[in-house]
Design a protein around this ligand. Structure first.
Ligand code: C2O
Ligand code: CU
Ligand code: CU
Length: 465
């Protein structure tokens, strides 16, 4: 647990008072500030995607306007609806610093992956012709410039992607965007006494990851998510730099997990608490048919409010019952591996002895000019990952993987489907098949998704040939 007690206390105080205000709103005393979804950008008819970085000022929660940046808007970006097939993408960078656009969770070759080797210079446009063939999933995109990722994501360069196959009705899943299918980008941000959003990491903040004292959902503070009186799908993205959420409803209603990072589970799994580390996504179904107004909270024991819900009986509740079965995560990679690799996520002495600032993988801090290893394309590998000092969320580009074990036991329910990011408590083993190619010019990254750790050197790169 890397939360310092001070930051937990500040967060609890700040956000819990918000929760009470929101509750008063929901009880009709004052109009509810309604949570809005990012605008939807549907690429399915055109096969084109145009993103332009946009800078501007954003006033969060009535505070003073702060310089922020987003894609096609001034903070975050649109929710991009994609389907399998060809997509002609274009990302234009109008900012005065290089950015990149990494498709976190899209299974594409290294040359289209948008990692640190694919920087888009100020004034330049990147035009990858992407071809997509993967299962439906909630994916995301964010800038990924080495040593700048944490700050660029913090100030807004991130967004969500819905990979869809148009079959959600047949699956019995809600799919009306912003009505019974909500996208919730969870980000904690630090605000100073004047209400200014700040990013000024100290050495301690880099050690623990930069934590905020207030929650933003889709870039909004203190807004209420209004839902119909039926089954609602929540697509949760932990878009925070470092905070790990342990989510639960204050009235103990279950969350029915239907999809993880890489797609659907075989069937819904009822959870009382859902852990979501930076970079991870989870799709859950929640039953709001009783019409009451729960709060999604985090961190039992030191609980704080994440998002207030309210129901609106005039919204169409299209789905009244949970699906029995879904069609995901049936493939099992066990026994198919031809190689085993050890990955040690080093902090402190392990990385320091090799001359870095303490953050490293297998003793070596990240180096853009060093390929850490080569994987044979089409093969399955078993990676044994070990965390030092704290639990690190481990992410691999270009693959989806299965979690075989956590600390020697079976994986948590959240980690039983397809994943691309997994919180490694002490040790975890994963199996992945490396189908997408990546050359030495545009290798795939593997790294800790605590963005301060990643920027400080807890990242490596590999080719797939
Ligand atoms: Cu979401 Cu390499 O990142
Ligand atoms: Cu990624
Ligand atoms: Cu880390």
């Amino acid at each position: 647990q890397f939360l310092t007690s001070t930051s937990a206390a500040i967060l609890t105080a700040g956000v819990l008072s918000q929760t009470r205000i929101a509750l008063a709103f929901a009880q009709g005393q004052t109009p509810v500030t309604r949570l809005t979804m990012p605008p939807l950008l549907d690429t399915r008819a055109t096969g084109r995607l145009a993103l332009t970085t946009t800078s501007g000022r954003t006033a969060f929660a009535g505070g003073p306007g702060m310089p922020t940046a987003g894609f096609n808007q001034v903070y975050l970006g649109p929710t991009i609806l994609m389907q399998n097939g060809d997509l002609a993408a274009e990302v234009q960078n109008t900012l005065d610093e290089p950015i990149s656009t990494h498709w976190h969770g899209l299974l594409v070759p290294g040359e289209h992956d948008g990692g640190p080797h694919l920087a888009i210079a100020p004034g330049a446009t990147w035009k990858p012709e992407i071809s997509i063939a993967q299962d439906p999933a909630t994916v995301w995109y964010h800038s990924h410039i080495h040593e700048r990722t944490a700050e660029q994501v913090y100030f807004g360069l991130a967004g969500v992607i819905h990979m869809t196959d148009g079959q959600d009705d047949a699956r019995g899943l809600p799919s009306a965007y912003g009505i019974d299918d909500l996208t919730l980008v969870l980000q904690d941000r630090r605000f100073d006494a004047s209400g200014r959003m700040v990013y000024d990491p100290s050495m301690m903040d880099i050690m623990h990851g930069f934590a905020g004292n207030r929650m933003l959902i889709n870039g909004q503070a203190g807004a209420t998510a209004v839902v119909p009186e039926g089954i609602v799908r929540l697509r949760l993205l932990n878009g925070s730099n470092a905070r790990i959420y342990t989510l639960f409803f204050d009235d103990t209603r279950p969350m029915h997990l239907v999809a993880t990072d890489g797609g659907f589970l075989p069937a819904p799994v009822a959870l009382d608490v859902l852990r979501l580390a930076p970079g991870e996504r989870a799709e859950v179904l929640v039953d709001f048919s009783s019409g009451s107004a729960p709060v999604l909270m985090s961190d039992p024991g030191q609980a704080f409010g994440v998002v207030q819900f309210a129901t609106d009986s005039t919204l169409a509740a299209r789905i009244a019952r949970l699906p029995d079965q879904l069609d995901g995560a049936s493939e099992d990679l066990s026994g198919a591996e031809i190689a085993t690799r050890q990955i040690s996520l080093d902090m402190g002495m392990g990385g320091m002895m090799m001359g870095g600032g303490g953050f490293a993988i297998n003793g070596r801090p990240f180096d853009m000019d060093r390929i850490d290893f080569e994987v044979a394309r089409g093969t399955v590998e078993r990676w044994q990952i070990r965390s030092t000092m704290v639990a690190h969320p481990f992410h691999v580009h270009g693959v989806r993987f299965r979690v075989v074990s956590e600390n020697g036991g079976p994986p948590r329910p959240e980690n039983t489907g397809w994943k691309d990011t997994v919180l490694v408590p002490g040790e975890a083993e994963i199996l992945a098949r490396f189908d997408q190619p990546a050359s030495g010019d545009t290798p795939f990254m593997f790294h800790c998704h605590i963005l301060e750790h990643e920027d400080a050197g807890m990242m490596g790169q590999f080719t797939v040939t």
